[in-house]
Ligand binder design. Structure first.
Ligand SMILES: [Zn+2]
Ligand SMILES: [Zn+2]
Length: 297
């Protein structure tokens, strides 16, 4: 068991079972980051448990704590270290690598797996707020669902982009149904890709990014006849586990495009996975300006 900062210790399963050491360090709360782990002293310490495996694809970011914690897993190297790093990062507002260096000075064997390292970077980019209302976190969740689909061939729970009609502040840039003018998506829902042949996965991190731009970069893709977007709350079939379906306007039912978890090819040649696309010629791009509304094309 190693003290990382005041009030925060990281250790292995052995540390959790050593009652004398726990008492010696004045520990009162224990956070277990492991699956199927039975607490050694449930009557003596306050336990909280995060049941996950030490695998790259585990979503650990949803559990990042805010508050006073003491944390252990089995080896005290990956899962517990990741949760403790997240704690230090948000407490002192330091970057992932800086926090890791500081922790290694106290506990040299810490070594989060690459997937957890990516999630720590994402946590920093999210400014320590893990909420689906942030586009970057939705990208992560959709990527998670896409990996689940690749592995099992079924669609699990999908995080959906909010209906622009339900948003209090209209976005600067949005796309409306050409037929009935109903707002469909804003630029926060759009995923641009570099035009050209090849494959692009719906990725969110720098390590796996291969031509998919971040939601903040927003180049003009005139070569692409489709707009690739995230699954939206108004789309029929996205929340019922359908693998593919057409995408229609929720107001006038005009056909706008299609979605497919196995992916689809853009007119520029890029294969996009998963693919939620609406054809540009079925929508109008508009810039919201309360004083001077104008159509771009
Ligand atoms: Zn394209
Ligand atoms: Zn319509």
């Amino acid at each position: 068991m190693d003290k990382i900062i005041d009030g925060l210790f990281v250790g292995s399963a052995m540390a959790e079972s050593d009652r004398a050491k726990l008492q010696e360090h004045g520990i009162t709360h224990i956070l277990t980051v492991a699956s199927n782990y039975t607490p050694s002293y449930p009557n003596q310490f306050a336990y909280k448990s995060i049941s996950i495996e030490d695998m790259e694809q585990e979503n650990i970011i949803q559990y990042f704590p805010r508050g006073q914690i003491l944390v252990h897993c089995l080896a005290g190297q990956s899962r517990s270290a990741t949760v403790a790093l997240a704690y230090i990062m948000q407490k002192d507002d330091v970057g992932r690598d800086e926090a890791l260096e500081a922790m290694k000075a106290r506990r040299p064997q810490v070594h989060p797996n690459p997937g957890f390292m990516d999630q720590l970077e994402l946590y920093h980019d999210l400014r320590y707020e893990v909420t689906p209302s942030k586009p970057l976190y939705r990208r992560f969740l959709i990527n998670h669902s896409a990996e689940h689909f690749r592995e099992y061939g079924s669609v699990e729970h999908v995080e959906l982009g909010a209906d622009p009609l339900a948003q209090p502040m209209p976005a600067q840039r949005q796309w409306r149904c050409k037929k009935c003018r109903r707002p469909l998506v804003t630029e926060a829902n759009v995923l641009e890709h570099q035009p050209g042949p090849g494959q692009v996965a719906f990725s969110w991190n720098k390590r796996n990014a291969s031509g998919m731009d971040t939601p903040h970069a927003f180049p003009q893709n005139r070569a692409c006849s489709s707009l690739f977007i995230e699954p939206m709350a108004w789309m029929e079939g996205v929340d019922t586990g359908l693998v593919e379906n057409k995408v229609c306007c929720p107001k006038c039912d005009a056909k706008l495009g299609a979605f497919n978890w196995a992916g689809a090819q853009c007119s520029c040649g890029k294969w996009v996975t998963p693919s939620f696309q609406i054809h540009r010629n079925r929508v109008d791009e508009v810039r919201q300006n309360p004083l001077l509304p104008r159509r771009l094309h």
